[in-house]
Design a binder for this molecule. Structure first.
Ligand code: K4Q
Length: 390
């Protein structure tokens, strides 16, 4: 055997779920892509993002314009992992042990998002013209099916995801831990890594009419969504917010209720987050009102992350990081995300007690000090979502 794998071995391969009652929105089978490394002690499950829909109209519109986010009929047989899912050491230092000498064996699975419910739903399709919202059950079924592929032998399972998938991590990580415990696999340590899913429930910058999900504020969106999707929240958060379970979609509310260790990656100026607040940033330079809104967003976001024991928060106008190959380039106070994740691993190993004053030599909590967009010189280039130009 050699360390260098064949190019095709690097791809993840598609499997549809055996249980055909667990479907995408349109009733087609849900599934997962997987690249196995036999007997690997580590497993990474990635939840894809891509917004959501919250009503008959917004779901019908989504079905007309984004079919692959609601059904599996056109999914490709293979997928290449990027960022944390890349098997190439030069793109993914996370694959190396802490001394950077030995490859860590890792099995990776990519879960395509086809439930439009922020991975939270349990609602089956009732009639011919409506949709199923089974995100929480898709994760459960994937975990169940992966157990027979070696997940039962794992030491660590990291549930990760970006955007709507990053929120899905927060909502599902304790469910997965409980599921494994119930099935007798308490030796598998379940952890969460949430990317770009730490959203604030603040007031919109401008009014939006909610005819389109992208201008519907975050609070109205999840209030409507939770009814549409029949969302299931983890027990402690549910109990803490009876009748207001929508609050559990917001990181700063759900995080203190979680039992599993969770690492939070969040841009201080997340472009998707700005979109739901209806900050469009079309003109250059920004308007005074936009600046004020941005500054208070950055300040608030930073303050909600101070109580999070493992966090990475660059002052950039950007969206998503762990699934992009540039995830190794961004640094906060001299630490990159893969480096902070290494520290998180190390600190969790052996010593389960989290000490607030940890050695600065291996930082797992880095947040930028400057609080305006792009004050960090390692920020990725701004990508203009409207014109598609850099
Ligand atoms: C209710 C809170 C707002 C959630 C924001 C989710 C953002 C998202 C998709 C991304 C990729 N742009 O899912 O973004 O397509």
């Amino acid at each position: 055997g050699t360390l260098k794998a064949k190019e095709t071995d690097l791809d993840m391969k598609l499997h549809f779920l055996r249980n055909n009652s667990v479907t995408c929105n349109d009733g087609s089978p849900a599934g997962y892509y997987i690249r196995e490394s036999k007997g690997s002690p580590r497993w990474l499950l990635f939840l894809e993002g891509g917004w959501y829909c919250i009503s008959k109209d917004t779901c019908d519109y989504r079905f007309q314009t984004m079919k692959t986010l609601m059904g599996s009929s056109s999914w490709s047989q293979t997928r290449r992992g990027r960022g944390i899912l890349s098997p190439k050491p030069e793109e993914n230092p996370y694959w190396w042990d802490s001394n950077m000498v030995r490859l860590i064996q890792l099995s990776c699975s990519f879960l395509p998002y086809c439930s439009s419910d922020v991975w939270s739903g349990t609602r089956p399709k009732m009639e011919n013209d409506d949709f199923a919202f089974l995100g929480a059950l898709i994760i459960k079924e994937v975990v169940k099916e992966l157990l027979s592929k070696g997940l039962d032998q794992a030491e660590v399972l990291i549930l990760t995801g970006s955007s709507a998938g990053g929120i899905g991590v927060l909502v599902n990580v304790d469910h997965v831990a409980e599921q494994l415990q119930t099935l007798g696999h308490q030796a598998v340590q379940v952890r969460g890594l949430s990317d770009s899913g730490w959203i604030l429930d603040r007031k919109n910058y401008k009014f939006g009419d909610c005819l389109h999900v992208l201008n519907c504020g975050p609070i109205d969106s999840v209030k409507k969504g939770i009814r549409q999707w029949r969302t299931i929240m983890p027990e402690i958060c549910r109990r803490a917010h009876i009748g207001e379970e929508w609050k559990c979609f917001f990181g700063y509310k759900i995080y203190p209720t979680l039992k599993s260790p969770v690492f939070v990656m969040e841009w201080l100026f997340d472009q998707a987050q700005l979109m739901v607040f209806n900050v469009t940033l079309t003109g250059q330079p920004f308007l005074q009102g936009e600046w004020n809104y941005l500054q208070s967003l950055g300040t608030e976001l930073k303050s909600t992350l101070l109580h999070v024991s493992a966090a990475f928060a660059p002052s950039c106008l950007a969206h998503e990081l762990i699934n992009s190959n540039s995830w190794i380039d961004v640094q906060v106070k001299g630490t990159s995300l893969p480096a902070a994740l290494h520290c998180w691993d190390q600190n969790l190993q052996g010593n389960t007690h989290i000490n607030g004053n940890r050695a600065p030599s291996c930082p797992q909590h880095v947040i930028d000090s400057c609080l305006w967009p792009q004050c960090n010189p390692t920020c990725p280039q701004i990508y203009d979502q409207q014109s598609g130009q850099e």
